[in-house]
Design a protein around this ligand. Structure first.
Ligand code: CTP
Length: 398
């Protein structure tokens, strides 16, 4: 996937530096060449010898190394690569990059380069959440720096939260995508997300508790693997991701039309919590109390099952159709039946009973149901579920 690509890898000083060794191996396995740069702080975590042995390349460490300047100046070094990757990118390195400092070899290369830069942040959760890091991240994103991770999870320092460096396969996928070479390059993937609002009258509607977080994370993960994503979203709580085509809808009927208009697609993922029924005749004016104390009666009409329609459409059907099943009991049995009834290839089933805190929360515990059976994943951040699912989709379309 990365044949003949030249990666300049800057290894910063963080505990995740050990993962950079594996990253070098994986990149070379994929045909890339890796020119390593080790910061002074990075040397405290991995040795120059192990880095150069794995990279089969001299490791650059010092700006004032005259031999290096004779062989290859720092300007040339910063430009000879196809992509610069910083892993781990510490809070300190991110701060220096955001400020445009160039006090050592790594920062000088980052300032002198005319190539794209991808960073894999890694730090303690408090440092990641600190306003200074948020500011630096916003600056770097505005400067066009690409970012992969960090993930949420247990950290070496014993705390839990976002700050853990992205896993090596994720960094490799992000590198592929940054080089226009992600596994989903050239693929069109449609994602539905969020709740739908079904009007009762001009000011009232029927809705559900979906935040759109899982669908949004999935659209971002698919984009990161190089897919062209059509993101059809109801009124969600979380903002849509950048870099995808956003089609905002309100009702199930609008969502069904938007899905039909966005086809054909290589894969379609239905993460939206679509209302099963709509009010048959929404009132044209705001409904008023009639003074009798009697509640209004509403007539309902069934909404089209968008997932089932696409899964059973015959010609023009996406190669992979994935549905979600939100259940509150006997999850696997219900999801198995749903997969057969709807005719989709996979069902991502989750338990949304209130005690799980999944609906509206940051985590998800899913069971992936395929023709091969049920596969239960551990409870993971929704972003992580999205990354794993996107990688599986990429495998299925390969
Ligand atoms: N879905 C859809 N259109 C609908 C209803 C559901 O596309 N009108 C999709 C959802 O996006 C999800 C899947 O179908 O991918 C499962 O939806 P769910 O509401 O959990 O299942 P239902 O078909 O409503 O079955 P039940 O009410 O029995 O749970």
């Amino acid at each position: 996937m990365l044949a003949d690509k030249r990666i300049l890898l800057i290894i910063g000083g963080g505990i995740a530096a050990y993962k950079a060794l594996d990253l070098i191996r994986r990149l070379r396995d994929q045909g890339a060449s890796v020119t390593p740069v080790l910061t002074r702080a990075g040397e405290a975590f991995v040795t120059p010898l192990s880095v150069s042995a794995l990279a089969a390349h001299k490791v650059y460490r010092d700006l004032f190394d005259l031999t290096d300047e004779a062989e290859m100046g720092h300007i040339e070094l910063s430009r000879a690569a196809d992509l610069i990757v910083v892993a781990p990118a510490t809070a300190d390195l991110m701060g220096k990059m955001a400020a445009g400092l160039a006090g050592d070899l790594a920062t000088t290369l980052l300032l002198a380069t005319d190539k794209r830069v991808l960073i894999a942040p890694s730090m303690n959760v408090r440092m990641w959440d600190h306003p200074a890091t948020r500011r630096n991240l916003a600056r770097l994103l505005a400067d066009g720096i690409l970012v992969v991770g960090p993930n949420e999870g247990p950290m070496a320092c014993g705390e839990f939260g976002p700050g853990r460096m992205a896993e090596v396969p994720e960094i490799v996928a992000a590198i592929g995508a940054a080089l226009g070479n992600g596994p989903l390059k050239g693929r069109h993937v449609l994602v539905t997300s969020g709740p739908t609002h079904e009007p009762i009258d001009p000011v009232r509607y029927i809705a559900n508790r979906s935040s759109g977080a899982q669908g949004t994370a999935l659209a971002a993960a698919l984009r990161d693997l190089g897919a062209r994503v059509s993101f059809i979203t109801g009124p969600a709580l979380v903002p849509p991701p950048a870099g995808v085509a956003v089609i905002a809808v309100e009702t199930a009927l609008e969502m069904a039309d938007a899905v039909a208009a966005a086809l054909p697609a290589d894969a379609a993922v239905f993460a939206a919590a679509v209302a099963d029924w709509r009010v048959a005749n929404p009132a044209a004016q705001k409904m008023k109390k009639d003074g009798t104390g009697a509640p209004p009666s509403l007539d309902f009409a069934e909404n089209p099952d968008i997932l089932a329609r696409v899964a059973q459409m015959g010609a023009g059907r996406p190669r992979l159709v994935v549905g979600f099943a939100a259940e509150t009991e006997t999850v696997v049995a219900h999801a198995t039946a749903k997969r057969a009834r709807k005719g989709c290839d996979w069902i991502v089933a989750n338990d949304v009973s209130p005690e799980t805190g999944i609906m509206g929360g940051a985590e998800n515990a899913v069971t992936l149901m395929t023709a091969q059976g049920a596969e239960s994943w551990p409870r993971l951040p929704k972003v992580e579920v999205a990354r794993r699912l996107a990688l599986r989709i990429a495998e299925a379309l390969a």
